[in-house]
Design a protein around this ligand. Structure first.
Ligand code: AVJ
Length: 317
């Protein structure tokens, strides 16, 4: 009898990531989550961004890490274990491990399991004495860590925290505190408020790599779900909003266009934007307040040359 078998929901309804894309595109201000930047090509483009002369964030933080790792020894006695959230290629953590022999164990957490395990093997060869135990997980969800063996330090570099709105950043910091446990520390890199022109240049580089990175979000969605975005009719647009204290990245459609996701039709008018990223900047005061409101105690912080970037050491009481 027709209709007696319940039909499975169509593929576009069963895929929660695609649902999230659809939800974002149905908002008055069309939005895509910044996490959709990072397919393999997006990750490679981000690595190229880190090499750009304008993108001071990566270099400023990297340059500070060896001295920070040495000074950390004064805040801990005895062996330490390290947990990195969204570990990626493990380039930054190598600076910590090289400069501080106290680290006995390292848990890198990342959602890209294959990439993570390859990177972990490489790191293990370089640091044979450190027990490296990769964990494949989405760090924005609750991650259950193995029981603590020694004093625990979380590591969340790169100003990734800047992608969250401040209230989401607060809940995320609370979540990290619960995952790491009482008495743990957190070392977290956060971009500072500074001259808006310098901020603007960092997200509008001469070589156009940030534009490619931004546009790749559409190419990624096309590859993943055959969405049929005409990527060539979108333009990269990034600006600093001093009131909000954030860089906003948008993709602006140059023409009227429509897009179909399952039965849903999305209309874009010429000049309309899709908001793809926020990148919040915090003064040391603002970040200290945020950390406290999430139950962390600021212990100390380090500022890069010309206060271009900050790294905070927090403690969970
Ligand atoms: C990886 C989120 C820290 O916000 O600066 C770089 C991403 N976007 N250029 C940042 C990014 C455009 C980056 N984070």
């Amino acid at each position: 009898m027709p209709g007696s078998h319940p039909q499975p929901a169509p593929a576009w309804q069963r895929d929660s990531a695609l649902q999230e894309v659809l939800d974002g595109l149905q908002q008055p201000q069309k939005t895509l989550s910044a996490k959709f930047f990072y397919d393999a090509r997006g990750a490679a483009l981000f690595d190229r961004i880190c090499e750009l002369p304008e993108y001071y964030l990566y270099r400023s933080e990297m340059a500070m890490l060896p001295a920070i790792a040495r000074q950390l020894q004064a805040h801990f006695d005895g062996p330490m274990e390290l947990v990195e959230f969204g570990a990626g290629s493990l380039v930054k953590v190598a600076e910590l491990l090289a400069a501080n022999p106290r680290f006995q164990r390292f848990y890198p957490i990342d959602i890209a399991g294959d990439h993570l395990r390859r990177a972990a093997e490489g790191l293990q060869q370089r640091f044979p004495k450190v027990a490296i135990c990769p964990i494949e997980a989405d760090f924005t969800q609750d991650v259950v860590l193995p029981e603590r063996g020694s004093q625990r330090l979380g590591f969340f570099p790169g100003s990734t925290i800047g992608n969250f709105q401040p209230d989401q950043a607060r809940s995320f910091l609370q979540r990290l505190r619960r995952s790491l446990g009482r008495g743990s520390h957190l070392l977290i890199g956060v971009d500072t408020k500074k001259c808006p022109h310098q901020l603007h240049r960092a997200y509008n580089d001469q070589a156009g790599v940030t534009a490619q990175f931004n546009l790749n979000i559409l190419a990624h969605l096309n590859r993943r779900w055959q969405l049929g975005f005409a990527t060539e009719q979108f333009r990269h647009y990034a600006f600093y909003h001093p009131g909000q204290g954030r860089i906003e990245m948008h993709l602006i459609s140059e023409q009227d266009t429509e897009l179909n996701i399952g039965p849903h039709r999305i209309d874009l008018a010429a000049g309309e934007s899709i908001h793809t990223e926020n990148s919040y900047k915090y003064t040391p005061d603002e970040f200290g307040q945020l950390a406290k409101s999430a139950g962390w105690q600021p212990v100390t912080h380090w500022l890069a040359e010309q206060e271009r970037f900050a790294v905070y050491l927090l403690q969970a009481p």
